[in-house]
Write a new protein. Structure first.
Length: 416
C-alpha cells in the first residue's frame, strides 16, 4: 500500500489482495463511492448513470433496476439469439476471407466490431457496424469516451487548473456529449414512434428503460439523461472489456500452441465437430474457463478500480481521511508472486489445481477481481463471463501467426 498526494487529493495505491478485501468487504460502507472525475461527470450528464453515480438511495434504485429488469437473467437469456448470430457472422466472415490463402486481418478491430454489434442490437435492435453515418458515429464516440476516461486530468487533482482547460479535455468532452446527445435523441424519438405502432415481441434494453421512465408508480422516475447515460455505460463497459479480453486470450493461445491444442481437444470431446460452442456449454469446459481466468489475471481489461472514502477510517493501522481516492491495482495483484507462482507465465492449469481450482472471479476471492467486488460489483459479470467463454472458438478452421493490435501488428490467418 502506497500513500501519496496528487495535487490536493489524498490517494492510496492498493496492490495486494488483503488490502483490496479490507476496502471492498471489511470496510465496504466507507468505500462505496466513486471519485467524481471531471470528464466522466460531464459525459454522463452529471453522473446520472449507474457506474459513476454517487452511493445513496438513487444509486441503490439504479442497481435494483439493473439486477431485476435491465440486466437480469431473463432479459439476457431472451437476447441470446442476437449474441449467437453475431459470433457466427464473424466466424463466417473470417473463414470467407481466408479461403484465398494467407491474409492479414486486424483482429482487434474485428473483435471491437463484434462487441459493438452485440451491444447495439441488445440495446437498440440495430447493428453498430454498418457503413451508415450513425453506426460509424456511435463506434467513434465509444472509442473517444473510453480513451478520454482513461486519461489523467490535472483539473481533477490540482485546484488552480480547475478553471483552465490546459489539456483540452473539457473541449473534447463537450464535443463528445453534444454529438452523443443529438444521436441518442434521434434514436429515442424513433424508438418512441415505433413503440406506438407495434406491441409485443422481444424488448431491447432501450424499450425497458423507456417503459420504466413512463411508469408513474416507479420509486424513482428516470429522466432522458438517465436513459442516455445508462446506454453510454452499456456501450463503453460492454465493448472494450470483452473485446480486450478476447484479443489477449487469442494472442496467448496462438503463442502457446500446446494450450490451444488442449482447449480444442476439450471442445471437440464435449461439443463435438458438428456445431459451435453455445453459452450453455461453458460449465462443461473447465479448461476453456481456466484459459479465460488466466487471461484476466495477466491482462485485466480494467487495470485499476477507483473508490472514494466517505468518512475517516483506518487501513492496516494507518489513518485515512474522508474523500481519499484509492486505486485498487488489479494489474499488480494478478502478478503478485506471493499469490501466483511464476506469475508472468501463461499457465491455465493453475486454475485446475488447488488452491486455484476453487477461485471464483466474480468478486468472492480477492486474489483476482476483474469485475470488482461488493456493492459496486459489475452487474453484467455473469453475462460477460458466458459471452467470453462462448466466443473463444477459432482453432478448428485456422492456424495463425500474430502481432497484437496493442503491439502495433496484425493477425495473419492461414486456412488449414
Amino acid at each position: 500500500m502506497i500513500g501519496l498526494r496528487l495535487g490536493s487529493v489524498p490517494c492510496i495505491a492498493a496492490s495486494s489482495s488483503s488490502i483490496a478485501k479490507e476496502i471492498m468487504r471489511t470496510q465496504e460502507t466507507a468505500w462505496s463511492d466513486r471519485p467524481q472525475f471531471r470528464v466522466v461527470s460531464y459525459i454522463t450528464y452529471g453522473c446520472a448513470d449507474f457506474v459513476f453515480a454517487p452511493y445513496g438511495p438513487h444509486w441503490r434504485f439504479l442497481k435494483q433496476l439493473c439486477m431485476s429488469q435491465l440486466l437480469g437473467g431473463r432479459t439476457i437469456d431472451q437476447l441470446l439469439p442476437i449474441r449467437r448470430e453475431e459470433v457466427v457472422s464473424l466466424v463466417r466472415s473470417l473463414y470467407d476471407r481466408c479461403k484465398v490463402g494467407r491474409t492479414s486481418i486486424n483482429m482487434g478491430s474485428e473483435l471491437i466490431n463484434l462487441a459493438n454489434n452485440v451491444i447495439s442490437r441488445m440495446t437498440t435492435s440495430h447493428r453498430c457496424c454498418g457503413s451508415d453515418g450513425e453506426a460509424m458515429e456511435m463506434r467513434t464516440i465509444v472509442e473517444e469516451v473510453a480513451e478520454l476516461m482513461g486519461k489523467f486530468n490535472m483539473a481533477d487533482f490540482i485546484g488552480i487548473y480547475k478553471n483552465w482547460d490546459l489539456q483540452g479535455f473539457d473541449k473534447r468532452s463537450k464535443n463528445i456529449r453534444q454529438r452523443y446527445d443529438v444521436m441518442m435523441e434521434r434514436i429515442m424519438k424513433e424508438k418512441e414512434a415505433s413503440r406506438k405502432k407495434k406491441s409485443g415481441g422481444i424488448k431491447d434494453l432501450l424499450d425497458i428503460l423507456i417503459d420504466i421512465a413512463e411508469d408513474s408508480s416507479a420509486e424513482v422516475r428516470l429522466s432522458r439523461e438517465n436513459i442516455k447515460s445508462f446506454v453510454m455505460d452499456i456501450f463503453v463497459a460492454g465493448t472494450d472489456t470483452s473485446a480486450v479480453t478476447l484479443e489477449w486470450g487469442l494472442a496467448e493461445l496462438i503463442n502457446h500452441p500446446d494450450i490451444l491444442r488442449k482447449a480444442q481437444d476439450e471442445i471437440e470431446a464435449v461439443v463435438g465437430k458438428k456445431r459451435l460452442v453455445q453459452e450453455s456449454d461453458a460449465a462443461n469446459l473447465p479448461y476453456l474457463q481456466a484459459i479465460i481466468k488466466e487471461t484476466m489475471r495477466l491482462h485485466p481489461s480494467v487495470p485499476m478500480i477507483p473508490r472514494r472514502s466517505t468518512r475517516d477510517t483506518k487501513i492496516k493501522g494507518y489513518d485515512v481521511p474522508a474523500n481519499t481516492t484509492v486505486f485498487i491495482n488489479l494489474w499488480a495483484m494478478g502478478r503478485d508472486p506471493e499469490q501466483w507462482p511464476e506469475p508472468l507465465e501463461f499457465r491455465p492449469e493453475r486454475f485446475l489445481e488447488e488452491p486455484g481450482q476453487q477461485l471464483d472471479v466474480r468478486g468472492q476471492h480477492f486474489e483476482m477481481i476483474p469485475f470488482g467486488s461488493g456493492r459496486r460489483l459489475c452487474p453484467v459479470r455473469g453475462r460477460l463471463w458466458r459471452c467470453i467463454s462462448y466466443r473463444v472458438r477459432w482453432r478448428r478452421c485456422y492456424s495463425a501467426s500474430i502481432g497484437s493490435r496493442r503491439m502495433g501488428g496484425r493477425w495473419t490467418w492461414l486456412k488449414d
